[in-house]
Write a protein that binds this ligand. Structure first.
Ligand SMILES: NC(=O)c1ccc[n+]([C@@H]2O[C@H](COP(=O)([O-])OP(=O)(O)OC[C@H]3O[C@@H](n4cnc5c(N)ncnc54)[C@H](OP(=O)(O)O)[C@@H]3O)[C@@H](O)[C@H]2O)c1
Length: 265
């Protein structure tokens, strides 16, 4: 498959105010794209946009966790007279801790953001993307490949995104649309500020993740796992019974009593 030429294309990035989304924005802008930055923090989005070439970016502040947020964003994009060529569904969060101890509304909110709005935006923008032979990048996670005790809802949302993204890849590949599911492993971003005291491994940078994602998008791949060790882990997990994988993960990342007490006040 030919490399995708981002020059002059309109790319909408959700979760663009920091982390992986911000890195996508900066790299795509460097490649000549017109970027649409979406997240809740308008101040941060405007600060990033002010460093991009004049007239080549748009800022839309939106809380994508609210029901119907996708339609509202779609309408706001239309009102600006923009036609999106590539949609990057990147906004997302996860929570770490025993399932019953984590706030229910926050857990449900992560399903709204990571899953419901992602599907809604993909559905709304797909007809235009089809017309322009563009694409979609769904940001899932290495956590999508196995059950993830103590981040159980997060892992489940990302398993949905991976399955959904790969299915769409197969549906649209003959129609000139690329759908890539990008699966980062642990990456140095604000993700961990929100997730809680999740045990950390060696981290990639957001720029590493973007590089991997764009390389696979150009190649027309269905999905990609960022980083050699993450690739090995997600592959080896497939060779073991899922219950054994779940038990092993639980033993590896079980919260320490002290950190639980801190979380629960
Ligand atoms: N970092 C990792 O280790 C890692 C690993 C695997 C997968 N991922 C995935 O990578 C994606 C990007 O995360 P990140 O690591 O870059 O984390 P991050 O630094 O926390 O960035 C998350 C982004 O999502 C936005 N966001 C959060 N809630 C939102 C809402 N309700 N409405 C609109 N935007 C919202 C945030 O902006 P505002 O706060 O301004 O709204 C921010 O721009 C996520 O889907 C995450 O699950 C991350």
């Amino acid at each position: 498959m030919n490399a995708y030429d981002f020059s002059g294309k309109t790319v909408l990035v959700t979760g663009a105010s920091q982390g992986i989304g911000e890195a996508f924005v900066r790299e795509l802008s460097r490649l000549g794209a017109i970027v649409v930055l979406v997240a809740r923090n308008e101040k941060k989005l405007s600060a990033i946009a002010s460093e991009l070439p004049a007239g080549k970016s748009h800022v839309i502040a939106a809380d994508l966790q609210a029901r119907g947020a996708g339609q509202k964003l779609f309408d706001a994009v239309k009102a600006k007279g923009l036609a999106v060529d590539v949609l990057i569904n990147n906004a997302g969060y996860g929570l770490y801790g025993p399932f019953e101890a984590l706030d229910l509304q926050e857990q449900l909110g992560s399903i709204e953001l990571n899953v419901v709005t992602l599907v809604e935006l993909t559905h709304l923008f797909m007809p235009g993307i089809l017309e322009r032979k563009g694409g979609v990048i769904q940001v899932a996670s290495a956590a999508a490949f196995q059950p993830t005790p103590f981040t159980s809802v997060y892992g489940a949302t990302k398993a949905f995104v991976l399955s959904f993204g790969e299915a769409l890849w197969a549906e649209y590949r003959d129609r000139g649309v690329r759908v890539l599911t990008l699966n980062p492993g642990q990456t140095e971003t604000g993700f961990f500020d929100r997730a809680g005291d999740l045990p950390k491994q060696k981290m990639a940078t957001p720029q590493d993740v973007v590089r991997t994602g764009l390389k696979s998008f150009h190649a027309g791949h269905a999905s990609v796992v960022q980083g050699f060790m993450n690739k090995m882990l997600t592959f080896s997990n497939r060779l073991m019974p899922r219950a054994l994988v779940a038990k092993t993960v639980a033993n590896m990342i079980r919260p320490k009593t002290g950190s639980l007490a801190a979380r629960n006040g």
